[in-house]
Every structure is written in C-alpha cells, then in structure tokens.
Design a protein around this ligand. Structure first.
Ligand code: MG
Length: 291
C-alpha cells in the first residue's frame, strides 16, 4: 500500500496499469527508456530495482531496513515543530552535515560549473542556444525537501495530509539550492518552476518557495499541473503522464516562449526525460519513485 500511495503523489488519476510498476519506497530506481542524458553518473550508480514479480523474498530489500537506511542517509533529526495536520506529532528534518546534504553539495558544485560556462545547447531549435537562457526546476525534493512529510507519514503518501503540509508551506529548502538558484539569477538566467502539484496548491507553493529563500518569479513561470487549461498539453490532456506533462511544458517554454533551458533539475527521472533542456541534473531521492 505504501508504494501505491507514493505513486499517487501529485497524480491523482494515474492509470491502473502504472500501479503495477512499483518499487520499494523508490529506493530502487527504474531508468526510463526515454531518459534524458544526465550530466552526472547518478543513474549508473542507482540501486537496481527488484523484479516486478519476485520468485523469492530474497530478491527484495527488507522494507524496515530500507526505512532505517533512508533515515541514516538524511541524518534524521527530531525537531519541536508541530505537524501542520493536527499538531499531534512533531516534525523531523534532515541534517545539514549528513550524507544527503553532502551529495547535494556535490551535484550543486557540478551544476554551478555548468551554469557558469554552458556549452552550446542541442535541444533548442536552430540556431541553437540563441534564446534567453533559463533554468528549470522541479519543486518537491528538488527545491523543497519533503523528508519531514515522509517521516510524518511513515513513507505512506496521503493526499489530504500532504496537502496540509503543502498549503502551510511546511517544507525546508533542499540544502544549497536557494544559493545555486539565486546565483543563476545573478548570471542572467530566467527561473522556471515545473511541478506535478495541482494548480490549487499554488498559494502554498509560492509562499513556501519564498520562505525557503528562492527568488520570486512571475506566475507564468511557475507551472503547476493543470491539464485542461494548457493548450500545449492538448495532445495528452487530461491524462498526461508526468513525462508528457513535463517535457511538453519544457517544449512550450523553448518553442513558444523562446527560452533556452540550459539546465533542468529534478529528483525523478521522469522530471528529466523527454528532452528540451541542454543539460539535466538528477538530485538524490531514495524516498519514493514517480514514473
Ligand atoms: Mg520532485
């Protein structure tokens, strides 16, 4: 049930067929056949997914051991902040000196080098790399860290309790990302956010991004999932997969709005697949997997 709820995150109408493609807590990663080229070796280093139909329990990582490993990786740290659902629990957060923060810093160091000296783009229409340069970022676990919610929910996604976290702007920044994004603004980049969160969660999302230290962007540069009012999604609306929704929106940003997306940041391979970015950066997230 845990993994099914995780898959329902940000996609309430996920086709039933996709629900069969599950992994334990997302620690084990499937690489999409359409996965975009990544600038780092994150994909190659990912733990292989278990078989879809195991013939032995020995083929599956023990789920309690996975939970313990995830907490160790993030540096699980209790706080005294009450949860935004009913205040019955106190939130946990990650450590700024833990393995997660260290791995993030390494990815950000690579990204900063790329943004300072991007090579010629290959996705932008001819002539390449001529539009105003842009950076595009996913939100959950790319700009805002949801470890507090995963611990609160014991890794079992629930749309109602998750919405309470989102609408109360309860997520801290992914460590180092506000600095990277503000640095990019200083280098002349236009910032776009592209999330699977529904349009109704825009106010909480805007507040949380601001509280976490990100630059404010025009409302038209923050794309939330609204499949019926966005003409560039007409080919798949209203049942766009994450890859369709995100890659078609990037196509819209490049071909209709005229920007060159120099870097695309995401914690899921489905954030990065489908092109329309000169370079992709996969951020670590062993907590869940979204096809
Ligand atoms: Mg994400």
């Amino acid at each position: 049930m845990t993994h099914i709820l995780a898959l329902l995150r940000r996609s309430r109408a996920l086709p039933a067929a996709l629900l069969s493609v599950v992994t334990v807590l997302g620690l084990l990663v499937l690489v999409s056949a359409t996965s975009a080229t990544a600038s780092n070796t994150e994909a190659a280093r990912s733990v292989p997914a278990p078989p879809a139909n195991p013939t032995s329990a020995d083929q599956i990582q023990n789920i309690d051991q996975v939970r313990t490993a995830i907490k160790g990786y993030y540096g699980d740290t209790p706080t005294s902040t009450p949860d935004p659902v009913d205040g019955a629990k106190t939130l946990h957060t990650f450590s700024l000196t833990g393995s997660y923060a260290k791995e993030m810093a390494a990815v950000e160091q690579n990204a900063a080098k790329w943004l300072a000296h991007p090579r010629k783009g290959h996705d932008y229409p001819v002539p390449p790399n001529q539009g105003p340069k842009a950076v595009l970022l996913d939100i959950d676990d790319t700009t805002l860290n949801t470890f507090n919610y995963e611990i609160y929910s014991n890794f079992a996604f629930n749309p109602a309790t998750n919405a309470a976290f989102v609408n109360s702007a309860a997520f801290p920044a992914v460590p180092g990302m506000p600095t990277l994004v503000n640095q990019a603004v200083g280098q002349g980049y236009t910032i776009f956010f592209l999330t699977g969160r529904p349009e109704g969660q825009r106010p909480g999302t805007v507040t949380n991004l601001a509280n976490a230290g990100y630059p404010s962007v025009p409302s038209g540069h923050l794309f939330l999932k609204d499949q019926v009012n966005q003409p560039w999604l007409a080919s798949c609306s209203p049942t766009c997969t994450t890859i369709q929704y995100k890659s078609l929106t990037r196509k819209h940003i490049e071909k209709d709005l005229g920007f060159d997306i120099v870097a695309n940041f995401g914690d899921q391979f489905s954030d990065l697949a489908g092109g329309y970015a000169d370079q992709t950066f996969k951020l670590p997230n062993p907590m869940y997997f979204l096809p």
